[in-house]
Design a protein around this ligand. Structure first.
Ligand code: 2AM
Length: 172
């Protein structure tokens, strides 16, 4: 099972992110992420066997996430694999703490894969034709969060993914 841990945007923000994805898509092309797959990855785990996935889901449901607000005020891109995303101009210490403590817990449970660097971002486009993000409108959005989700990504025949939430942390 291909798993990752993520924050999922509240509905109003999801709608706004979808509108921004449309604007970016009109300018930059590529594959627009569907609204129901917009998220912020905290930890990508890759393939996990079913038994470990059940243990992980139990652990995730016991976690508490300190409520926070992530400020989204910047467009950017990853040259490879041609992703257009939005994130923050400045570091987001509460989010970094959440990601770090999450990986501490994952490593204590034997999960490898902590990245060398955490760049919090929401992918809006994949395989973009243009990475000219300077042309996109100014943004300043707040993402309130108080829980995270364990999500399974299931590939369909066409190479697109479907996401299913397996567990949610406790939250306020
Ligand atoms: P992305 O947001 O930069 O596309 C589910 O696939 C999520 O896990 C995606 O959000 C993706 O990040 C991330 N992801 C997929 N493959 C990954 C990999 N090999 N290493 C790190 N993160 C990955």
């Amino acid at each position: 099972m291909r798993l990752f841990l993520a924050l999922v945007p509240p509905p109003e923000l999801r709608t706004r992110l979808g509108e921004l994805a449309d604007i970016a898509h009109a300018r930059c092309g590529g594959r627009r992420m569907p609204d129901d797959r917009l998220h912020l990855t905290l930890a990508f785990l890759g393939e996990v066997d079913e038994k470990r996935a059940v243990e992980l889901a139990e652990w995730v449901s016991t976690l508490g996430v300190a409520p926070g607000r992530w400020r989204l005020d910047s467009w950017s891109c990853f040259q490879r694999p041609r992703i257009v995303w939005i994130g923050s101009q400045r570091p987001a210490p509460p989010l970094e703490t959440l990601q770090r403590t999450l990986w501490d817990g994952l490593e204590a449970r034997g999960f490898p894969g902590r990245p060398a660097r955490f760049v919090p971002h929401v992918t809006l486009l994949r395989r973009a034709d243009s990475l000219a993000t300077f042309d996109l409108p100014d943004i300043d959005l707040a993402w309130p969060y108080n829980k995270l989700e364990l999500i399974q990504s299931i590939m369909d025949g066409s190479g697109a993914a479907r996401y299913t939430t397996l567990a949610r942390s406790g939250g306020a």
